[in-house]
Design a protein. Sequence first.
Length: 318
Amino acid sequence: MSKAYVLHENDEWTIHLTKRLDELNVPYEVWHLDQGIVDLTEEPPEGIFYSRMSASSHTRGHRFAPELTESVIAWLEQHGRTVLNGSRALRLEVSKVNQYTALQLNGIKTPDTIAAVGREQIIEAAEKLDKPSFITKHNRAGKGLGVQLFHSIDALKQYVNSDDFELPIDGITLIQEYIESPESCITRCEFVGGRFVYAVRVDTSEGFELCPADACQINDLFCPVGEEVEEKPKFQVVKDFNEPLLITQLEYFLSKNDIAVAGIEFIKDADGEIYVYDINTNTNYNADAEAAHGTYGMLELAKFLKKKLEREYSVVEA
């Protein structure tokens, strides 16, 4: 029986999708790829395959999950199976350098960035970047891993030469110009089937932990004197989002790079200039923000998988 196969390494994120697949009576199977075997002497099963592999898998003890997934996808693609978010998407998921070069090739503006390996080279990169404020981030990351804001080279030197310095899992640290949002927010555009679904505004005033998944949420804070203030949601779906040129650019970018499902983040500076800085091919959705707006990303994704399965195998078998 043909199925939809979900490749992943995080049950806590994937259960939101499998619940929607159950609702729509879509036959599916989940492949948790923290460990496993890829038998190149056999053919893979019939069906469609959707990868939700995450760049931050190593933070959950799944250090080699992306590498295993890459092997599985290569095997699937060799045999002509339909893989949604396949090898190209995974390559972008695990490397921001790859993301930025691909975005720039498609005429999409990104913040000025220099990649460095080695502590001395990180400092050298910041000096070469020559910006009054800049951030560091990990090349293979997620949820704001390694993001630190600096206003001087001396402050960077203190951090890089201290015990607090976080070595990226792939050794590559990015030095990136700091784009300041006058509203202390970024925007994340969600795409399913390569098409825009909605945009969500993310409040960054409390820091860089931007993963929208319920499991990653930071509790809203109260004022320091103890008086409760009206809670401000960290994630809010943007009503009447109006950036048609950007959406056209991003949809074209996704098509060119064989990415079916993604969350793409951008920031707008005081002059209204847009900078795209992150592509999440393992996208998650915030339940509270979606409920307030009445739009549900995982439901749209489940519908998309169902349609793909029906088109390739005529009917969804019960």
